[in-house]
Design a protein around this ligand. Structure first.
Ligand code: NAP
Length: 331
């Protein structure tokens, strides 16, 4: 195998050195499947994996990138052959095992999801970990019985990766989507993804002494956590559900049991990292088809190369990301 380019994060005392370097086959980790990586993406966790305080990276030097899509170059595994289109995300990828920010990746066969028919590698990484998490959130809410005629669905952190894809999925499925954002000038953007109404982040993260407030939401897609989750629980309608996947507003949750015992509200935990393989395959299949978000090819992605990653990683940690950033790795 010829040498290949990779973006590396390496801990040096109390800082992390980042940049594009050339690696050889000897630098690849153990695994049964070698992939020519076409696209990866920028997720909040990638930002954390490349900063000293992030406490996410477990090896150094590390090729970050918690997701990738590409073509199998060689495989020792049954059912996976050279030439297959594949997606890999989660598990230890990009945190304790070299990830998607390199032209080649080698992974265990049981991390590999077939690229569904109808999705290109670029579209798969426009979705990426954040989009899969948005899909998993909608999948879980609908499995509990959510339907478009039950009332408005609130999406928090709406201009972010999970949020923007969730807005696009729900709008395409006929839901009345209310988008909450901290970015005052992104009203038009969120409406282009299908939001019927846009509200301010301050409204959904305000502290309150009241354990219950007026019933508003049939469901909430919540990638922000903290005070946002507390708000979602006290404003969910009777029988509603909150799908919580993230913590950009903080990890602590202050609530009471009243939303659960008086309104039958459910708090659904959403995890993409260890999601079982049969769930991954099902949700990816659905993302290629009935969960395909509005804006998949235009409003959601911004494309960059490996050399642009430093700025993009800093930007996502600063809460500046809009939609999804796809990383073009090998042409
Ligand atoms: N459970 C899982 O498997 C899983 C998978 C993927 C991601 N996540 C988590 O989900 C979260 C979002 O990930 P992402 O990739 O979508 O990140 P992202 O693109 O950075 O989106 C997060 C959005 O949250 C909002 N936000 C930023 N700072 C905030 C604050 N201080 N308080 C409230 N809202 C804030 C911003 O949206 P607005 O400006 O529009 O408000 C931001 O764009 C992260 O915590 C991530 O770790 C979890």
């Amino acid at each position: 195998m010829a040498d290949f380019r990779a973006f590396i994060a390496e801990k040096q005392d109390d800082r992390v050195e980042r940049g594009v370097r050339t690696l050889s086959e000897d630098d690849l980790p153990e695994g049964d499947v070698t992939v020519r990586v076409e696209y990866s993406s920028v997720n909040y966790k990638d930002g954390l994996a490349t900063t000293p305080k992030g406490r996410v990276a477990r090896i150094s030097p590390l090729v970050p990138g918690v997701d990738l899509a590409g073509t199998v170059e060689s495989s020792d595994a049954d059912g996976i052959a050279a030439g297959d289109g594949v997606i890999v995300h989660g598990y230890d990828l990009g945190v304790a095992h070299h990830g998607g920010y390199a032209e080649r990746a080698r992974v265990p066969a049981d991390w590999v999801v077939p690229l569904p028919e109808g999705l290109s590698a670029r579209q798969a990484m426009t979705l990426g970990t954040a989009g899969f998490t948005a899909g998993l959130s909608v999948h879980a809410l609908e499995a509990r019985g959510l339907r478009p005629d039950q009332g408005p669905v609130l999406v928090m952190g709406a201009t972010g990766g999970v949020g923007s894809v969730a807005v696009g999925i729900l709008a395409e499925r006929g839901y009345e989507v209310v988008a909450a954002t901290g970015k005052a000038d992104e009203d038009d953007y969120l409406r282009s993804l299908g939001a019927a109404e846009v509200i301010g982040r301050e409204e959904v993260t305000a502290e309150s002494e009241r354990p219950l407030e007026s019933e508003r939401w049939a469901a909430v897609v919540d990638p922000i956590g903290g005070s946002g989750t507390a708000y979602a629980l006290r404003t969910a309608r009777y029988g509603g559900a909150v799908a919580v996947s993230g913590l950009t507003a903080g990890p602590s949750l202050q609530t009471t049991v009243l939303p659960f015992i008086l309104r039958g509200v459910a708090l659904l935990g959403i995890d993409s990292v260890q999601a079982p393989m049969e769930v991954r395959r099902e949700v990816w299949q659905r993302l290629a088809d009935e969960l395909r978000p509005r804006g998949l090819d235009d409003a959601i992605p911004t494309e960059i190369g490996l050399e642009d990653l430093e700025a993009a990683l800093d930007g996502i940690l600063a809460g500046k990301a809009r939609g999804r950033t796809v990383v073009r790795v090998a042409g």
